[in-house]
Ligand binder design. Sequence first.
Ligand code: ATR
Length: 277
Amino acid sequence: MTDLKKHFAVIGNPIHHSLSPQIHIAFAKENGLDIDYEAVLSPLDQFKNTMHQLIQQKFTGANVTLPFKKEAYQLATTHSSHAKIAEAVNTLEFKENEIIGHNTDGIGLVRDLEQNLNVDLKSKKILLIGAGGAAEGVIYSMLEKKPSELMLTNRTIEKSRAIKNKMDMHAKGFNVNFNVIEIAKLPHQYFDLIINATSANFNNAELGIDHKVFHESSLAYDMMYGKETSYMKHAKSQGSRVSDGLGMLVEQAAEAFFIWHHIKPHTKSVIESLRAL
Ligand code: ATR
């Protein structure tokens, strides 16, 4: 008998914490689709082999998480415009003769901000903390929304400068004041939205962001999810509205679901049920 069920997976290392199987199965159920979606742990030096095994087993697509997003970019034979600009891929489609790489992280962040948290990015002043893959992956999607200002900062400021140089031409196209600011100069600036895209929370490190950066009318967003981070606690103590990145996780999954199934799933109930856990 032919297996009509479509198979999907999320690949990472580590992967046991991943909520992606739960999210995609919930989307599928809501839309009457019968799919398989599993979490696959790939050895750090075996990403390509792991993916080729999935392709051989006729998987339809896969999500890719840390630390393989750059390798997934290399693996893809065709790239969406967002993947090309970020040089990182979190969603793959396996077709007959090609592997299409997408990046839905930026779209996920912007949708969470705009649709779930009611923050219109147009003409806003935004500060992005961090200069790793998580930060780089969302910059283009934010520029597309034409904030008045997008400032980059990072512990290692040279990395922010390198990203700025790479993305400058896009910022000019959208007429955004796109710049780098050192952490020490932050107290003299106002931002509507401050996004933590660092991995500092993994080891509970403080970011060294001065409390004056946070205002009652600003939103402090942390891309991490699962617990209130020290960054969120700090912002909250200064009267800022705060959010973790659970909504971004669900929204980036929704965009991947749309790419694979051409259906836009409802996200709010999934966010609520995950938050209740
Ligand atoms: P990812 O792909 O998740 O972004 P990454 O490429 O390792 O991971 O980047 C991690 C980011 O978190 C970087 O911006 C890093 O700052 P540096 O570039 O200075 O290394 C930041 N980060 C990690 N630990 C940090 C800490 N303890 N304090 C401040 N920033 C930290």
